[in-house]
Design a protein around this ligand. Structure first.
Ligand SMILES: *[C@@H]1O[C@H](CO)[C@@H](O)[C@H](O)[C@H]1NC(C)=O
Ligand SMILES: *[C@@H]1O[C@H](CO)[C@@H](O)[C@H](O)[C@H]1NC(C)=O
Ligand SMILES: *[C@@H]1O[C@H](CO)[C@@H](O)[C@H](O)[C@H]1NC(C)=O
Length: 339
């Protein structure tokens, strides 16, 4: 019972001692930060004294002292080395009781507990501010192994502070199942490695989040799974191939020229063949009509797997003559049949 009362007393002393709730300010390494400190009375402090100190390992470090116009930036000695030239106050805010300071180019070592003290005020006022300076370097990604079944991707973040959350995401933003991250703590600075296995061709992102310092960064990697792609598209090979051909055609005049050459060549071949086979053709008219039928069916359903040319001679032509030529070929054969 006695111990409990003692504890309660201690607790209330601590609470009273703080006076104002401790504020936590988080910032990313290298940026500037404002540590807030304002009197609720808003009384003018131009002629007053306030002292900013940081809890050090052994003693309190002098961050910034203002005394009726004298301060560390206009010749007053005593400032801790690590803060020299990096801390400033807001002169025009003093009349509003605002003793906030700005620390430029924050370092990880600036992290810690600060006090903003008005020792001569009645009652004395002390404010507690905790500063968290985070470090977040871009992660780097690697493909460790790649087989036709999938790829093992690795994401590494080094020297992150505070401890980051690391995730693998696909292009659509879905979080991918990953192995348990390997985390090593080097005195508040964290190295994290995260592995995941992917089975589809996609852009993958390793996303690093440090909520405490409102920071998120990512690295992206493109993974191409060859076998999967083949499986998916084997039935659409012809369509894909045609599409590829047409985009190539659009992108280059050279390709266009090649097409024209092919076109002329095809015409010559076909015209010659027409002449050669004209007489035979008449005899085999019925048979050709049958072929026409299957070929026009082919034109309509070229995206289907069942697409096949039955006649060896025509199949050979299909291989030599490119996709668009197939249409021209069909056109010729159709007219040929009609004659
Ligand atoms: C801090 O940086 C600002 C610019 O962001 C500059 O105007 C100011 O003089 C710097 N303060 C100190 C103490 O160097
Ligand atoms: C004190 O001054 C700083 C710098 O101008 C400002 O960011 C902060 O909001 C001010 N605080 C109050 C309570 O007005
Ligand atoms: C700052 O003070 C809080 C308690 O108010 C404590 O939990 C924290 O560890 C301190 N931070 C540092 C860096 O000393």
């Amino acid at each position: 019972m006695k111990i409990m009362i003692l504890c309660l007393c201690l607790l209330s002393t601590i609470t009273l001692g703080h006076g104002h709730g401790p504020a936590v300010v988080r910032v990313e390494e290298g940026s500037d930060v404002i540590l807030p400190c304002s009197l609720s009375s808003k009384e003018n402090i131009v002629d007053k004294l306030f002292d900013w100190r940081k809890d050090g390992q052994k003693k309190k470090e002098e961050v910034f002292l203002y005394d009726g116009g004298d301060h560390y930036n206009n010749g007053r000695p005593g400032q801790d080395e690590q803060f020299k030239g990096r801390v400033s106050h807001f002169k025009d805010q003093l009349k509003n009781g605002n003793a906030s300071i700005k620390i430029n180019n924050t370092k990880i070592s600036d992290s810690g507990n600060y006090t903003c003290d008005f020792p001569h005020l009645e009652p004395r006022q002390t404010f507690y501010i905790e500063l968290v300076v985070g470090a977040a370097l871009k992660p780097y990604t690697r493909t460790l192994t790649a087989t036709e079944d999938g790829a093992l991707l690795q994401c590494v973040v080094e020297g992150a502070s505070p401890k980051p959350k690391v995730e693998w995401k696909d292009r659509a933003g879905n979080i991918l199942p990953a192995e348990e991250p390997q985390v090593s703590d080097r005195g508040g600075s964290y190295d994290v490695t995260l592995l995941t296995t992917v089975t589809k061709t996609d852009h993958y992102r390793c996303v690093v989040t440090q909520e405490e310092i409102h920071h998120q960064t990512h690295s992206e990697t493109y993974v191409f799974i060859y076998e999967k792609l083949r499986e998916e598209s084997s039935s659409k090979e012809l369509i894909g191939w045609l599409g590829g051909f047409f985009s190539g055609w659009v992108s280059g005049v050279l390709t266009l020229a090649a097409v024209l050459v092919l076109l002329v060549a095809t015409k010559c071949i076909i015209i010659r063949r027409i002449k050669e086979h004209r007489s035979r053709e008449r005899l085999e008219n019925a048979e050709y009509k049958k072929k026409n039928l299957s070929l026009s069916k082919l034109q309509q359903r070229e995206d289907e797997e069942s697409v096949k040319l039955q006649n060896g001679e025509y199949r050979q032509r299909e291989a030599v003559v490119s996709g668009p030529m197939l249409h021209i070929l069909i056109y010729f054969i159709r007219n040929w049949g009609r004659r």
